[in-house]
Ligand binder design. Structure first.
Ligand SMILES: Cc1cc2nc3c(=O)[nH]c(=O)nc-3n(C[C@H](O)[C@H](O)[C@H](O)COP(=O)(O)OP(=O)(O)OC[C@H]3O[C@@H](n4cnc5c(N)ncnc54)[C@H](O)[C@@H]3O)c2cc1C
Length: 421
């Protein structure tokens, strides 16, 4: 997404671009597989927040036919009870109804109202620039009860961060909270891969080369492909994930651990998640309510469950339902063991028929999101050397918005540097 965003802005400014991607399709972490039966399987459960400033700048939302989840979630509490919170961040007092909701005290609900007011007073950039601690400490200092934290914030934002300990920096939490208050969580009608496809389709024919892996960055004007071919350009923009970037630069400097790459903020620690897909026959177990299912219990395998075809029917063939189950963190289980464990939990959650759901596929994504902790800047240096730049979420914070934003910023740096004086 970062590389395509960079190319989009350069192309709009009339510059020639060549995008090299080692994969067989564009998108990087934003990919969708279509099974022979017609299920669309995104590589991990992910959504586009419709109010992301960068997304609004580059995407044509109408052409994507965005389909939104309903704001809120059905939360399975640690004791097995379910509670539904609708629009918890937009209408907290109504969502966690004081009379019926087993989640949160009245002051917990009033604190959400207060945080909503706070985030609405700021721009996204201002929230990202705020002093940070880890999110759990932030929530405790704000005064929420432990029950509210474990029943709502951990399953909800632990799913967004892929980090149930909520160690992620609180400035990013405030930004994400604002995005949920002001926008919708949506998917393109035909799957998440439509996002990169839309950007790639606007570039001139031949300017995106797939299946083309870069073996080394020679310098800011040359890259060497794994095929041995050397390509020249006026500048090189490194838009890989952090680990791949470090390896490519190691070829240049001869030392992956050299001080300059450390100083430039090459964080390669990442959050892991596994998404397991099942097909259910007949009506959707999600009852078509377009709400996410979140598990507040600890020591479980099924953290989030969603029914993507309830949101966009094109995700499943007629008469069948798609079930997406996310498991965050390392489990040290084989795919078969994880699938088996999930079936048992899902049967307790959605009824015994869950044991018969057909396993469609599993995506274990080891480097799903860069770890982003308090104290880290929201922007690492984007210029690495003469004519050599980098962009991507690992140069900022773990979000599509960051990937798109750093791509645009590198394009602006390049345009500024090549402007006739
Ligand atoms: C399961 C999951 C859920 C997520 N949920 C959300 C969400 O709900 N909201 C949100 O905002 N963000 C979410 N994200 C994060 C978001 O997807 C990423 O922040 C974003 O896609 C990162 O884009 P990128 O361009 O920085 O990097 P990448 O997508 O990692 O792209 C790197 C590219 O470099 C290519 N490449 C690597 N090495 C080479 C080489 N040697 N030669 C040529 N090409 C190479 C790769 O093929 C790839 O195309 C999620 C991510 C995952 C995995």
């Amino acid at each position: 997404m970062a590389g395509l965003a960079c190319a989009t802005w350069l192309h709009r400014a009339g510059r020639a671009v060549l995008v090299l991607d080692g994969a067989d399709a564009v998108g990087g972490r934003v990919r969708t597989d279509v099974t022979p039966d017609g299920f669309r399987l995104d590589h991990g459960f992910q959504v586009l927040q419709t109010n992301y400033p960068e997304a609004r700048r580059v995407f044509d939302y109408g052409a994507l036919k965005l389909q939104a989840f309903r704001s809120g979630a059905v939360i399975r509490l640690a004791d097995g009870r379910e509670t539904t919170v609708q629009s918890p961040l937009q209408r907290p007092l109504a969502a966690f109804s004081a009379l019926t909701s087993p989640i949160g005290t009245l002051s917990d609900k009033l604190r959400i109202v207060s945080l909503v007011r706070h985030v609405l007073k700021h721009t996204p950039e201002e929230l990202l620039a705020r002093p940070a601690t880890d999110t759990l400490t932030f929530l405790r200092r704000y005064g929420w009860s432990e029950q509210m934290i474990s029943s709502f914030f951990v399953p909800f934002f632990g799913g967004v961060f892929l980090d149930r300990e909520l160690t992620t920096a609180s400035n990013f939490f405030e930004f994400v909270f604002q995005q949920f208050v002001t926008g919708e969580a949506a998917v393109p009608a035909l799957g998440m891969q439509q996002l990169p496809e839309q950007l790639a389709a606007r570039l001139p024919v031949g300017s995106v080369r797939l299946g083309t892996s870069v073996a080394a960055i020679v310098d800011g004007t040359q890259v060497r492909l794994t095929s041995g071919q050397v390509l020249d350009g006026a500048a090189v923009v490194l838009a890989t994930d952090g680990l791949a970037a470090l390896r490519l630069l190691a070829g240049r400097s001869g030392n992956a651990d050299d001080a300059s790459t450390q100083a430039a903020g090459f964080h390669t620690a990442a959050r892991l998640t596994t998404c397991t897909y099942f097909a259910a026959e007949g009506h959707s177990p999600g009852r078509g309510d377009k709400l996410l299912r979140l598990n507040a219990a600890s020591h479980v395998l099924a953290h989030n469950v969603s029914f993507p075809a309830d949101v966009s029917p094109a995700y499943a063939p007629a008469g069948r339902a798609l079930v997406s189950v996310s498991t965050h963190g390392e489990r040290s289980l084989t795919e078969a063991e994880l699938t088996d464990g999930l079936r048992q939990e899902l049967a307790a959650w959605f009824g015994p028929s869950a044991r018969q759901w057909q396993h469609l596929g599993s995506y274990r994504i080891a480097a799903a999101l860069p770890v982003y902790l308090a104290g880290e800047p929201t922007r690492q240096p984007l210029k690495l050397a003469d004519n050599l730049y980098r962009c991507g979420d690992w140069a900022a914070y773990p979000s599509l918005n960051a990937a798109l934003a750093t791509g645009r910023e590198v394009a602006e740096l390049l345009l500024a540097e090549s402007r006739p004086s």
